[in-house]
Ligand binder design. Structure first.
Ligand SMILES: Cc1ncc(C[n+]2csc(CCOP(=O)(O)OP(=O)(O)O)c2C)c(N)n1
Ligand SMILES: [Mg+2]
Length: 276
């Protein structure tokens, strides 16, 4: 039986550390970081197997590609809490010489499996990783988080065909379906219409869940483990900037200015220790 109250605690801590991390710099990709906090909480607390913060490149670990690489700050907050690197690194976000750049970089940050930021590419890399695991007869899952705005990139759909043609049932993709992209609503830019039907038409099994509900995420991930030759897409309904009231569900949360004072007010002045 999973301890969901412990997962709630981890998610709340991740959200707080991420907000302080961005506010300490004064600006950052707050919206798309906040929307994946519970997804990452689930992945790093049991869903991904054989993770070892002391040996981040352990050969038999499950892999993660955050294709919407601007969500680095959320991942850094999780990796720090898990002990991949010291918490105080969070003070260096996107500053000169940092090992925590604004976008995910596998050559700099321990625990990151793929460098991302150019939208649309991550899922192709995840396909390659999942295909490689199959060729090597490895029991390895590959996870990939894509954005809903990012889904408008054509490369996703080439990868979608490749994955089903090659029966990559060890590939579990998630859409962070927060309905917003950089400068507006996804529906008003190009629009995804019936996203579930689209992935199904490309030969994927599709699951849907509330991306902020840890129990619902757990349910969806459990179903995604089926070995039936089909890649899996979990469409996670989320809210951009979840947990930061001023910017919640607003496009301007994408890369937003935030002061430390504002975050302090939200947390009643209870600064995390690593900030000092
Ligand atoms: C190929 C490419 N085009 C444009 C951008 C600029 N860009 C960065 S994030 C973003 C919006 C992405 O929206 P979405 O996928 O919904 O992610 P969210 O902001 O909701 O996290 C854009 C257009 C980019 N990084 N890569
Ligand atoms: Mg979005």
């Amino acid at each position: 039986m999973k301890d969901f109250s412990e997962l709630e605690r981890f998610a709340a801590l991740t959200r707080k550390n991420c907000l302080y991390c961005i506010a300490n710099l004064g600006v950052g990709h707050l919206g798309g970081s906040m929307s994946i906090v519970e997804i990452l909480t689930t992945l790093f607390n049991g869903e991904m197997r054989n993770l070892d913060p002391k040996n981040p490149k352990r050969d038999d670990r499950d892999l993660l590609v955050i294709s919407k690489g601007h969500s680095g700050p959320a991942l850094y907050s999780v990796l720090a809490e898990k002990g991949y690197f010291p918490m105080h690194w969070l003070k260096t976000l996107n500053k000169g010489g940092t090992l925590l750049p604004s976008h995910c970089d596998r050559n700099r940050t321990p625990g990151i499996d793929m460098s991302t930021g150019s939208l649309g590419q991550g899922i192709s890399v995840a396909c390659g990783m999942a295909y490689g695991a199959k060729l090597g007869n490895k029991d390895q899952r590959v996870y990939c988080i894509i954005g809903d705005g990012e889904t408008e990139e054509g490369q996703n759909w080439e990868a979608a065909m490749f994955a089903s043609a090659n029966r990559l049932d060890n590939l579990i993709a998630m859409t962070d379906y927060n309905k917003l992209q950089l400068d507006g609503q996804v529906a008003e830019v190009v629009g995804l219409k019936d996203l579930e039907e689209k992935w199904k038409a490309f030969g994927w099994d599709v699951l849907r869940c509330d991306g902020h509900d840890l129990k619902d995420l757990d349910r969806a991930f459990s179903l995604s483990h089926e070995k039936n030759g089909k890649p899996k897409m979990i469409i996670c309904d989320t809210v951009k900037a979840k947990g930061f009231p001023r910017l919640e569900n607003k496009a301007e949360s994408h890369n937003a200015k935030v002061t430390l004072q504002e975050v302090r007010d939200l947390y009643h002045g209870e600064d995390p220790q690593w900030l000092n």
